[in-house]
Design a protein around this ligand. Structure first.
Ligand code: CTP
Ligand code: MG
Length: 239
């Protein structure tokens, strides 16, 4: 991206924090995106990288209605984020509904631009990762980070255990970035309602897609194992 385009900053970022964090709620007694990590709520980490990347004309925070005050209180306590402006969007019952609500709020914005979508449950997004994916938007209509499967893989069902060839298999991560109009199109197709991420909709629709090499640091906090990983990270010195 050249300097002039950078100045225009037409692109939009959407941070998803409207989930219930059900799988970890019993262990944490708080939704995982609000878990305090080294003194601040987890969702503030990826948000800080989105802000510091300076790539977006606006950043939407998609959250549950009951969490509005909590989100705002966390922002006010943060020395960088308290000075920033965000759009607050109420999420839906599913991740798809939350993204749809964000898209509705963006509609009406003129011109061609990209929208970055990121799970707040993947807190360790870096500014470099934001810039790397945003620099490649001219190459495809849909982009995602992903990592090749490192472990062996089997399927277990009524017939027993069958190993699968892990060659060519990837774990899909976020951030994912889309041409805004194309993503709106994907969300208009009821056949894609069953997807758990947005890149898969683009793949199904035969859009021009670009998977990019992600990093294990973009892991999603989902279950108890991830909490163990978090506590290890908090005792490691950061560079
Ligand atoms: N998400 C969202 N709106 C929803 C569901 C999920 O914005 N209705 C967001 C979550 O906040 C999270 C991301 O989508 O950042 C990935 O979802 P997941 O890891 O499943 O988080 P939760 O749905 O919160 O967790 P759980 O499924 O255990 O309830
Ligand atoms: Mg969920």
């Amino acid at each position: 991206m050249n300097a002039q385009n950078k100045l225009k900053r037409k692109d939009v970022a959407v941070l998803l924090l409207a989930g219930k964090g059900e799988r970890l709620y019993d262990a944490l007694k708080v939704k995982k995106q609000f878990l305090e990590f080294d003194g601040k709520a987890l969702f503030l980490y990826p948000l800080t990288s989105l802000v510091l990347s300076k790539r977006f004309s606006k950043i939407l925070l998609v959250h549950a209605e009951e969490d509005r005050k909590k989100v705002q209180d966390c922002l006010l306590k943060d020395p960088i984020l308290r000075k920033e402006k965000f759009e607050f969007i109420i999420g839906g019952k599913t991740r798809n509904e939350s993204v749809r609500n964000a898209l509705k709020a963006i509609k009406g914005k003129k011109g061609n631009f990209s929208v970055l979508i990121h799970d707040a449950a993947r807190p360790f997004l870096t500014v470099k990762q934001v810039s790397f994916i945003m620099d490649k938007t001219y190459r495809a209509e849909a982009l995602t980070y992903c990592i090749p499967l490192a472990d062996s893989l089997f399927r277990q069902d009524g017939k027993g255990i069958a190993y699968l060839d892990r060659k060519n298999l990837y774990l899909v991560q976020t951030p994912q970035v889309f041409d805004f109009d194309k993503l709106v199109e994907l969300y208009q197709n009821p056949d894609y309602e069953d997807t758990t991420d947005d890149f898969s909709k683009a793949v199904r629709a035969g859009m021009k897609t670009l998977p990019l090499p992600g990093d294990s640091s973009l892991f999603k906090i989902t279950g108890k194992d991830d909490l163990a990983l978090l506590s290890m990270l908090s005792v490691l010195p950061s560079d």
